[in-house]
Design a protein around this ligand. Sequence first.
Ligand code: FAD
Length: 478
Amino acid sequence: MSNAIVWFRRDLRLADNPALQAALDAGHVPVPVYIHAPEEEAPWAPGAASRAWLHRSLQALDADLRARGSRLVVRRGDSLAELEKLISETRAEALHWNRLYEPASIARDTRIKQGLKSRGLEVQSHNAALLVEPWTVQTGQGGPYRVFTPFWKNARQVLESVRAAPPPERLPDPPATLAGLDLKDLALSPPAHEPAWDAGFWKHWTPGESGALELLDVFLDGALHGYRRQRDMPGRVGTSRLSPHLHFGEISPRTLVAALQAGDWPAAIRPDLDHYLSELGWREFSHHLIFHFPDTPTDNLNPKFGDFPWADPDPALLQAWQQGRTGVPMVDAGMRELWATGWMHNRVRMVVASFLTKNLRMHWRHGADWFWDTLVDADLANNTQGWQWTAGTGADAAPYFRIFSPVSQTQRFDAEGAYLRRWLPELAKLPDAALAAPWEQPGLMREKAPDYPRQPVVDLRASREAALAAYASVRADG
Ligand code: FAD
């Protein structure tokens, strides 16, 4: 049998993997390969938390391949050069991969496809990551969408026809002589001489396809029921927590949709299902945006913000935000959840992002950079969209006057303080009513929470007014 290279990137699974399936369908022996080339993704090479996840995800993929008779060949270096070596070592007749949508990946993949095709190799790319690829839907005028609702109204039509392929039961063994690196050689996890800052992550997460499928089952049996209401409560497990698994392609959105559609659900949870599908729709929309507006990881999508009066970044304030020491409990709890687990609840992401960009008026890029390094689900499309939306600079952005109040957000979504007490033990003894704005009760603070900052690093009301004035000036200019 002839060989075909299957180049794994962010599709670290065996089920519903069109590149792997195409190699099998053509009668080839798939040669599963991972090439470590972070510089090709610059300046968006995976951050530290993502690298720690990737290490475990690749381990899991190799174990899953071995359980079926194959294995993962790991290489490091220029992707094209490594692929050429692999093609010659295996005499491969074809190369398959699943597509990525970030600007640097598109440029690299296009170059590789042209280079290898011109030398007569069969090179095929496939869609594994999205329900609708960015060029397949367009507005009535023939351009890209900038507003979510019409995007999703159009895009969601594909839901009717979504199918997800099962994993292959057995895989033929790639050539025994083919050498690869040990995963440890990629130095993705924190090195032994550094503190194991990721040690706490793995109580919360199991990277890899099996971990993703387990979490999906937990979600279908649990948080899906009531998702629409509970998804905003950071103190509960009210969401699927599948974002890092989706980012690394350990589960496909088609598998999620198929699982949701296959269930014999009571009519009462139809709104929950629809809402969950629309969140997957936001993921699709983010990819649509990054494909059509590839400068947005650094530049405002809305050009009116070119001269926006951002504050000069104050390193002490930025550090207080990063470390969860701002004296604003909902912000601090979110930033500490992020540090401890590599993840933060969506509602709290909006609160901490609004605080940084509106109350502290720092450019959203400072926040996006920190998230990039610390999130296990750091995803250029979703992170860019989330920051620009919250800052008001993006597509279909939050209106300029929406400044999340960390106080009222706590009162609405964590009234009993489950979330704040979990991440801010120094506030645990305060009564529920004092948790959202503890600085208003200095006597109680002295007695019951002496280790927490007495005052927020910024006056919430005054900074809100200043932000509104700054944003209004952008509107007036427009
Ligand atoms: P669920 O509620 O279970 O949703 C299911 C899936 O839908 C998620 O796993 C995710 O893939 C997708 N999704 C949900 N909400 C959004 C959204 N608003 N935008 C895009 N996709 C969404 N998400 C990331 O995956 N990576 C990021 O780097 C990222 N950065 C963000 C930064 C900011 C400032 C904000 C406000 C949001 C960001 N998000 C990001 C979106 C969102 O917060 C996470 O996707 C969500 O919290 C993941 O939790 P979950 O899997 O339990 O979500």
